[in-house]
Design a protein around this ligand. Structure first.
Ligand code: ATP
Ligand code: MG
Length: 334
């Protein structure tokens, strides 16, 4: 069985973008692949998190994975902070990456631009360094694939480069992972500004649908999503980004191809299309929210995380020991 790995940060309330781009695809992969999924709480620290919110977001994220249908018997699900080896391998790999490579990462460049706009030069060092930790997260488990939204592809490329560098400097140690981006739904956009990504850390929350929001709020957000002035329902990302984004959401949650949907709404207006989409989104969210309530009222999250961490630690210890032997860190004979 091929192996897949992915992480998600507990940085805010989970959005429809996270659900479509990450959570839902994992659930569909769990029968075909060996899946390793972690809550990237070390990464969430690059930006200040209120402890109370961090705790709540972490719990919600786990419960939502389970509510979306992830089976902890099949999948290794754990908290990144429970497996100390991530931080240690992150340090070693951080010593192999160049400042130039880190400066070219989109997330960092965005922070530099934002800081310049605020006329405030301070940027946390974590924002600059975190790709090293992410390289460790990925390479630790030798995954074949890393399913990611478009925004994360660059990280998998960097992990491949660092794996190659390590393998050629020492000897073959890390597998080169492949990014896996869905053809549709890899980048769900904000409903209010369809040129920017829907992100859970967006402080305004405008244009985000949150999975745990009341259903009528989410429906309203669909009804008031920004669209363009002509009223044909046609997929054209460049000229009609708003309607194209809604078509992607419809396609995934309504289980129909985009041309099929276009044909269904030929000669019909945006209002009718949005009303149907609001129903589809509402139904999907209702199902997840019902399961979520059952899960949080039960008491098995701790147990699932402990079992997941144990499993992950076993793999991580073995990998780290190998890395340390190769680098000459370990002096003990085997
Ligand atoms: P943050 O704003 O804190 O970066 P985020 O919403 O971008 O939050 P991440 O934790 O960075 O979420 O990413 C979790 C997973 O969700 C990743 O696999 C990422 O590619 C995917 N993802 C994030 N946003 C979207 C989106 N708008 N559309 C599709 N996939 C997304
Ligand atoms: Mg992100």
């Amino acid at each position: 069985m091929k192996r897949m790995l992915s992480g998600i940060k507990p940085t805010g309330r989970v959005t429809l973008g996270n659900y479509i781009g990450a959570i839902k695809p994992f659930v569909s992969y769990q029968n075909e692949y060996e899946m390793i999924i972690f809550i990237a709480n070390l990464h969430s620290m690059t930006i200040y998190q209120k402890p109370k919110d961090l705790r709540q977001n972490t719990k919600d994220l786990i419960a939502l994975y389970l509510a979306a249908g992830l089976d902890p018997e099949k999948v290794t699900l754990f908290l990144q902070s429970d497996v100390l080896e991530h931080a240690q391998l992150g340090w070693y790999l951080g010593c192999m990456v160049n400042m130039g490579e880190l400066s070219r990462m989109t997330q960092y460049k965005m922070q530099v631009e934002k800081a310049a706009a605020r006329k405030d030069a301070s940027i946390g060092a974590g924002i600059f360094n975190y790709p090293s930790l992410m390289n460790a997260d990925i390479l630790m488990y030798d995954p074949d694939y890393v399913p990611v939204g478009e925004d994360q592809k660059q990280h998998v490329e960097l992990a491949r480069n660092i794996a190659e560098r390590f393998n050629s400097r020492y000897s073959d140690t890390f597998k080169l992972p492949e990014p896996l981006t869905p053809k549709v739904g890899g980048r769900i956009m904000s409903l209010q500004d369809p040129t920017s990504k829907m992100s859970k850390s967006d402080p305004t929350g405008k244009g985000c649908i949150y999975i745990l929001d009341p259903i009528n709020v989410s429906k309203k957000k669909i009804m008031s999503a920004v669209t363009d002035s002509d009223s044909t329902i046609k997929y054209d990302k460049e000229n009609k980004p708003g309607i194209s984004n809604l078509l992607e959401i419809y396609s995934i949650l309504g289980k129909k191809s985009i041309p099929e949907i276009e044909a269904m709404y030929e000669g019909k207006g945006y209002g009718e299309f949005k009303k149907d989409l609001a129903e589809i989104v509402g139904e999907e969210l209702q199902k997840i929210q019902d399961r979520y309530q059952e899960i949080v009222s039960g008491n098995y999250i701790d147990e699932i995380l402990e079992k997941g961490a144990e499993n992950a630690r076993r793999m991580a210890r073995k990998k780290l020991a190998k890395v340390e032997r190769k680098m000459g860190i370990t002096i003990k004979k085997r």
